[in-house]
Design a protein around this ligand. Structure first.
Ligand SMILES: [Zn+2]
Ligand SMILES: [Zn+2]
Length: 238
């Protein structure tokens, strides 16, 4: 029998295996939940090209706070960095789904089964309570490189937060929020660690040729993005 699965339409979190009163991620009432089947019927995943080998994946219409996922076609494999909240069988298959962090795990369990994909996350982000219903095949602790993709754990916003590089793209999910012409650190994490992680990111950006920054709700030219990031983003959190 298939496992019960619900999707919170406020944040896109997938709740596997039962119906709680409130969303374990954002606290929204169960009235806002759809069953996974209803979600798949109402939403679909749209793919938008970023570069020749990179495209952005978003549910459409917009599914709450869902964060963009990115598809990377390397020579030998297809990677997804993060994962859409809506399970859409029309999404082109991936070999590996690798996460920036554990906040938006999407329908990764369903894509994993459907594609036969390997799911990766930093070990520290596999441990929080909201991660535990999700299957992970590889829990990494250090940097890794595969098929031209570089994974760099930086800690910060979450303990296992990992940024990725591929060709001229940087994948940074929600580490910073872009507000018109300025940038702020994501306030939903520990202030000091987030700032320290931001400094580690600055170090990792040195001596790289980056043209595109792929974030949770934006794709920006690196020059524009770096202009804001290098001015020490404001921390607006608690
Ligand atoms: Zn939610
Ligand atoms: Zn986050």
């Amino acid at each position: 029998m298939p496992v019960e699965q619900y999707v919170c339409t406020v944040c896109g979190f997938n709740i596997i295996g039962g119906l709680p009163e409130r969303c374990p991620f954002c606290g929204a009432s169960k009235k806002t939940f759809l069953t996974s089947e209803q979600c798949s019927a109402r939403y679909e995943v749209q793919e938008t090209p970023v570069t020749k080998r990179v495209s952005r994946l978003n549910s459409t219409p917009a599914l709450g706070f869902e964060h963009a996922a990115y598809r990377i076609e390397t020579i030998g494999k297809v990677f997804m960095i993060d994962c859409p909240s809506c399970f859409d069988k029309k999404v082109r298959p991936a070999t590996v789904i690798s996460f920036t962090h554990h906040h938006f795990l999407g329908a990764s369990n369903q894509y994993r089964d459907f594609f036969g994909a390997e799911v990766r996350i930093h070990d520290l982000d596999s441990k929080p309570r909201i991660s535990q219903a999700f299957p992970f095949d590889t829990r990494f602790e250090k940097d890794w490189v595969e098929e031209g993709i570089e994974a760099c754990p930086v800690d910060g916003h979450t303990p296992g937060f990992t940024i990725y590089f591929f060709e001229d793209c940087l994948f940074i999910c929600d580490y910073v929020f872009v507000e018109e012409t300025r940038m702020v650190y994501n306030p939903f994490g520990p202030a000091g660690d987030t700032i320290e992680g931001g400094n580690r990111i600055l170090e990792k950006l040195k001596k790289r040729e980056i043209r595109w920054v792929c974030g949770y709700n934006y794709v920006l030219r690196y020059s524009e993005w770096y202009g804001m990031f290098s001015k020490v983003p404001v921390y607006a959190g608690h």
